[in-house]
Design a binder for this molecule. Structure first.
Ligand SMILES: *Cc1c(COP(=O)(O)O)cnc(C)c1O
Length: 478
């Protein structure tokens, strides 16, 4: 729809409220993902500051010295927060993914200069590393080598990672903590190994970079993961997660500016303005940067420490609750605020659907590399105070899920596969997905049948199928 004469504000608002009706209700406090809600006062202030800088354009730091100074201040604050000295430099980005792509790009260009003989660069990642690294590799023409993690602790296996290093290796990464299982990799050993082999080491602290230092201050034992490990070259840290700033706020930090130099892009050979971009975006609103700076300083260290304490307690209560349900077990020992649990006895996809019907949003992680499918929770401030209700509903959902039969859809899928349907997957599966209720860009309310099928597929098929489905979702038909 593109209105001919322009609609009234009331009509636009009405329309938008209508399209929003099926969205995740993040104000309910029942979502364990996607949303980091600091509450009305802080969010209201963030919106005000975002609006104050909405029209300013961070494309050109010479025209907006305000934005340059706010960016440098955020980098300096977070550099020190993460064990760095005055040499640490960095940039404000749109999110963890952009920070990670920039880290990989910087390393690629650093080694292009240092070791021009490497023409087919490789990066080594634990299987828990965020998909954003694979996206970076996909965009930047780098081969990825995935190394299984320890199946008990879900931490990167240092000797196995070391063994994967060859003469083409330019980059290695670890997480603090990993998204799904919420554990911190042995960054100290990993980064030492990388350094000894002249390989770039990146700590992905998108989740933990802001919060872990506060956990440490609360007396929790946190393994070293930041610039205090001499082999760490760069760190990604999101502010739009546990710093509770509006979305579009992350930092890429480098140990020094000689290194960061390889991140920048400049271009003068055209008929336009000389372009100098430290990040991927060119024209970008000053809003998210100013709002991030404002929220950080408005909340302040003391209150963030209080937030950390509340979140720690919430995680502990939820963890104990899960452990009290005999059909469920924790996958890993949570080191921050991320919880992963599973079941050998009940289909977790049905548990998720049942929870969904009770208004909770919890996320499945499909099976991979001999690890079965699990349920992930990102615990945030807005979940505090709802622990008992959550566990009570979880218990009931487990009971209900026990009584649900295994999916008909899965048997159909297996039949198709047995008949050699893997040859042309997208064609053979579309009737199955129609049956599952995926239609017109909408997913069915009960996702278990779909998840069961996805989970039964090899990861390569899963990817192809999701590409097909997404390609139809983003179209004028939906
Ligand atoms: C969220 C996250 C990312 C990706 O960040 P986006 O802001 O979603 O782009 C990368 N790594 C980890 C560990 C994360 O939790």
């Amino acid at each position: 729809m593109f209105s001919e004469k322009g609609l009234s504000r009331e009509d636009i608002l009405k329309k938008l409220c209508e399209v929003k009706k099926d969205d995740l209700d993040w104000k309910s406090g029942k979502a364990f993902g996607y949303i980091f809600d600091p509450g009305e006062e802080i969010l209201g202030f963030a919106k005000e500051i975002n609006n104050m800088f909405l029209s300013e354009n961070a494309l050109d730091f010479t025209v907006y010295p305000s934005l340059l100074s706010l960016e440098n201040d955020l980098v300096s604050i977070m550099g020190k927060h993460l064990g760095g000295n005055d040499d640490v430099v960095g940039n404000f980005t749109s999110g963890g993914t952009e920070s990670i792509i920039l880290a990989v790009k910087t390393a690629r260009d650093y080694y292009r200069n240092k070791k021009p003989e490497i023409t087919e660069p490789e990066m080594i990642l634990p299987t828990t590393a965020h998909a954003a690294f694979h996206k970076a590799a996909h965009y930047l023409g780098i081969k990825t080598v995935s190394v299984s993690v320890d199946p008990e602790t879900f931490k990167a296996d240092v000797p196995a990672m070391e063994k994967a290093i060859n003469s083409n290796t330019i980059f290695m990464a670890g997480s603090a903590p990993s998204y799904t299982q919420g554990v911190i990799d042995p960054i100290s050993e990993l980064s030492r190994t990388a350094e000894e082999n002249d390989v770039w080491f990146h700590t992905d602290a998108c989740m933990g970079g802001f919060l872990l230092p506060f956990f440490k201050e609360l007396g929790k034992k946190i393994d070293m993961f930041d610039f205090s490990c001499p082999g760490v070259n760069s760190i990604s840290v999101d502010l739009h997660k546990y710093a509770y700033t509006p979305k579009g706020a992350s930092l890429i930090l480098h140990r020094n500016s000689a290194q960061r130099r390889f991140q920048l892009f400049a271009f003068a050979d055209w008929l336009g303005y000389t372009m100098i971009n430290p990040t991927i975006q060119s024209t970008k609103s000053g809003g998210p940067l100013a709002a991030a700076w404002a929220v950080l300083n408005h909340v302040g260290k003391e209150k963030y420490l209080e937030f950390a304490r509340i979140q720690l307690e919430t995680v502990e209560k939820i963890k104990q609750g899960i452990e009290s349900i005999p059909e469920l077990h924790m996958m890993a020992r949570p080191e921050m605020t991320l919880i992963s649990f599973g079941s050998d006895k009940v289909n977790i996809f049905h548990i998720i659907d049942e929870m969904n019907l009770k208004g909770w949003y919890i996320q499945p992680s499909l099976s991979f590399d001999n690890i079965p499918a699990t349920i992930h929770l990102s615990v945030t401030l807005s979940n505090a105070g709802r622990e008992d209700e959550f566990i009570c509903d979880l218990e009931q959902s487990v009971e209900k899920a026990k009584k649900l039969l295994p999916g008909k859809l899965l048997s159909m899928f297996n039949l198709v596969m047995d008949q050699g349907g893997a040859e042309d997957l997208s064609e053979n599966l579309s009737p199955i997905f129609e049956l599952a209720g995926i239609k017109d860009g909408r997913m069915p309310q009960r996702m278990a049948p779909v998840n069961e099928v996805l989970d039964a597929m090899p990861a390569g098929f899963r990817k192809e199928l999701l590409l097909e489905v997404a390609n139809t979702f983003f179209s004028s038909q939906s």
